[in-house]
Design a protein. Structure first.
Length: 317
């Protein structure tokens, strides 16, 4: 069995930052519609390794969040088409994302459909901030502002992945300053769930899985985004919901802060209800896929309902 990454030096191990835009919150029920991978190789600046829109082979959803329409993906590859490119871009890397619990569930599902039955080691940039004593977990936009990373809010996967990569470079310098050299030492700081993945080995070359390479990406990365652009209230609130729903491990203080931001966003009551309903329906669909909802899933649904109610509306109210 391949060795994990506990003894590896963080500064000498390549990291692949991933960012997905999707039709919703739940992998399997929802599908990826855009994928970007930014690599940070030792001693090098972050570089965009792969980026494309993805045809989900279903009707588009969440367009109000990411701006992607059915027409945009009509000539885009499917994930099966580009699975080899995703593996090649992340091969040999520790994977990271700003909200890794969200992105890794989609990575596992989509690669699993392509025959890749392996999860790479991964860590979460949103949780790395409190892990290093730099502040509480927060939105990517707020973290970038606090740590001097330039970011234009866009909900274009390549832009968000690059901003996350620049943020990782800042955190890498902080780890070096604190004398945190290996992933094993990082894991000892706080017991977040993602540190369990450090026992896993990075993905090998795409050819190991019999995957070919693909030419013909359809990328939004080259599209100019005005510095005056801002995320729609729905997009900004969707990001907040993702931070709650990926694991439902959110404190009452964090929920109160999210409620304050929601109230300041200008979202109408109907918009909040629509987003909450979509989130709840997504989770229900995931849990009901095996035609039963066990006790653990019932507890998660109760907690989800409680969180959504605290945030203004839950189904049945």
């Amino acid at each position: 069995m391949a060795k994990g990454i506990g003894d590896r030096l963080i500064s000498e191990t390549p990291v692949a930052i991933i960012d997905f835009e999707t039709t919703g919150l739940t992998a399997g029920h929802d599908r990826v519609v855009e994928v970007s991978v930014v690599r940070v190789d030792p001693g090098q600046s972050p570089r965009l390794a792969f980026d494309t829109l993805v045809n989900p082979r279903r009707s588009m959803a969440a367009t109000e969040v990411h701006g992607i329409t059915d027409a945009d993906v009509a000539k885009a590859p499917t994930f099966a088409d580009i699975a080899g490119e995703v593996v090649a871009a992340t091969s040999g890397c520790v994977v990271a994302a700003y909200n890794v619990y969200f992105d890794v569930q989609f990575l596992e599902f989509e690669l699993g459909n392509a025959g890749v039955d392996q999860t790479p080691p991964h860590f979460c940039l949103m949780y790395l901030r409190p892990m290093l004593g730099l502040g509480s977990r927060c939105k990517l936009e707020e973290a970038c502002k606090n740590h001097g990373v330039e970011r234009t809010p866009s909900h274009i996967a390549a832009a968000d992945a690059m901003a996350s990569a620049e943020l990782f470079v800042k955190y890498l310098a902080e780890m070096e300053a604190k004398g945190i050299s290996t992933y094993g030492e990082l894991a000892k700081l706080k017991r977040y769930k993602f540190v369990d993945s450090f026992r896993l080995a990075p993905l090998p070359d795409a050819s190991t899985f019999g995957l070919g390479r693909f030419q013909g990406a359809v990328s939004r990365a080259g599209n100019a985004v005005s510095s005056t652009d801002a995320p729609t209230p729905a997009a900004a609130y969707w990001d907040l919901l993702k931070s709650v729903l990926v694991d439902l491990e959110v404190s009452d203080t964090e929920l109160a802060a999210i409620r304050t931001e929601q109230e300041a966003s200008g979202l109408t009551t109907d918009e909040v209800r629509m987003l909450h309903a979509r989130a709840f329906a997504s989770v229900i669909s995931q849990f009901a896929a095996d035609k039963r909802i066990d006790e653990a899933e019932q507890r998660r649904l109760r907690r989800l309902h409680e969180c959504l109610a605290t945030l203004g509306w839950a189904p049945g109210q």
